[in-house]
Design a protein around this ligand. Structure first.
Ligand code: UDP
Ligand code: MG
Length: 321
């Protein structure tokens, strides 16, 4: 495809990014125009409460932007899905609006795409700026996800910063699930992919929207949508505990027959009861997470609702519109 003119769609999810979105769009447009004259930047405003909207609407006159505004904050995964639904370019770039994903890497991604890769994704090679809790959490998450998937593996530390050929985007558009763990979905669709290591820059302004609670929620979605390991572990735990109980029962029977019964064992009973009620509650909780996911899926609510869809006048000139 390299020699024919191609269209680039670029998806930028934005939640309270007013302090730097203008500078970001300017820099992004420059980087993308170096690759192709046909660029559409899809800015998805994910329920910002600052003046991101006013700024992007102003930018519509100067840059080839499609502005999608969701009716409230649906979360980054939903914002990306909204952008992906609208992406009709030959190639699509996903990038954060806060300058954390280095624009210098974009030409390398395009070079990989030109050389035949369907997807080029950034992999964070240095997490030293992140809190210990976040690093520990992501380690545990990837370990859990790694343990099961043999048919496809979710690359460690790969994020949403990626360039995808149209066929990958079309594959993603076909995935119907409500509980979206994008990092898993990119891996699930397959295709020839290349990793590019990078060190995320500090945030240009504003604050990260992902606190520990939100990351934990995302991790649970990731595990429950891509691994049935917790359910299997529950089953195995049940078998092991039953076996142990059976052996203990034999021991008690033997003890009673040989030494008679002096009615001891109230401590064993109490501790045993408390322990196993705890284990049962944990396992019901695990089951509940999966049932909760099924509930979300069967409700079939839309992933997001679009309040505004505005296109820059510059976009009407592009050929594939
Ligand atoms: N974002 C979003 N919706 C949200 C949270 C974040 O669209 O509910 C966007 C945000 O504007 C940014 C990207 O997702 O472009 C990454 O978010 P953030 O920088 O807060 O996360 P971090 O880089 O700390 O993981
Ligand atoms: Mg960020």
């Amino acid at each position: 495809m390299p020699n024919t003119p191609f269209k680039i769609s670029c998806i930028v999810p934005a939640h309270n990014e007013s302090s730097h979105i203008e500078a970001f769009i300017a820099a992004l447009t420059q980087t993308l125009s170096a690759e192709s004259p046909h660029v559409e930047i899809i800015v998805v405003n994910d329920g910002s409460t600052d003046n991101t909207e006013a700024i992007v609407q102003k930018l519509l006159h100067h840059y080839p932007i499609r502005y999608l505004s969701l009716s409230r904050n649906f979360g980054k995964e939903a914002a990306l899905s909204a952008g992906i639904a609208f992406a009709d370019g030959d190639v699509t770039l996903l990038i954060d609006a806060d300058f954390q994903h280095p624009l210098e890497l974009v030409p390398e991604m395009f070079a990989l795409w030109r050389s035949g890769f369907d997807m080029a994704y950034g992999v964070i090679n240095d997490r030293s700026d992140e809190s210990t809790l976040k690093r520990w959490g992501s380690n545990v998450l990837y370990k859990l996800l790694d343990a099961k998937n043999s048919k496809f593996s979710i690359p460690r530390n790969a994020g949403d910063f990626r360039l995808m050929d149209r066929k990958v985007v079309e594959a993603l558009q076909q995935l119907p699930e409500r509980n979206r763990f994008m990092k898993g979905l990119y891996a699930w669709v397959g295709y020839k992919s290349a990793a590019l290591p990078f060190r995320p820059a500090p945030r240009a302004g504003g604050e990260s929207s992902f606190n520990a609670k939100r990351l934990f929620g995302l991790a649970v979605t990731g595990i429950t949508s891509f691994s049935s390991l917790p359910l299997r572990v529950s089953g195995v735990a049940g078998i092991v505990i039953s076996l142990a109980a059976f052996i203990y029962a034999l021991y008690i029977a033997w003890q009673t027959l040989v030494f008679g019964n002096e009615v001891p064992g109230w401590a064993t009973l109490t501790v045993g009861m408390m322990f196993f009620s705890g284990v049962q509650l944990i396992l019901i909780g695990v089951l509940g997470e999966y049932v909760g996911q099924i509930y979300e899926e069967v409700k079939k609510r839309p992933l997001y609702l679009i309040d505004k869809n505005q296109a820059s006048p510059m976009l009407t000139n592009t050929p594939s519109q």
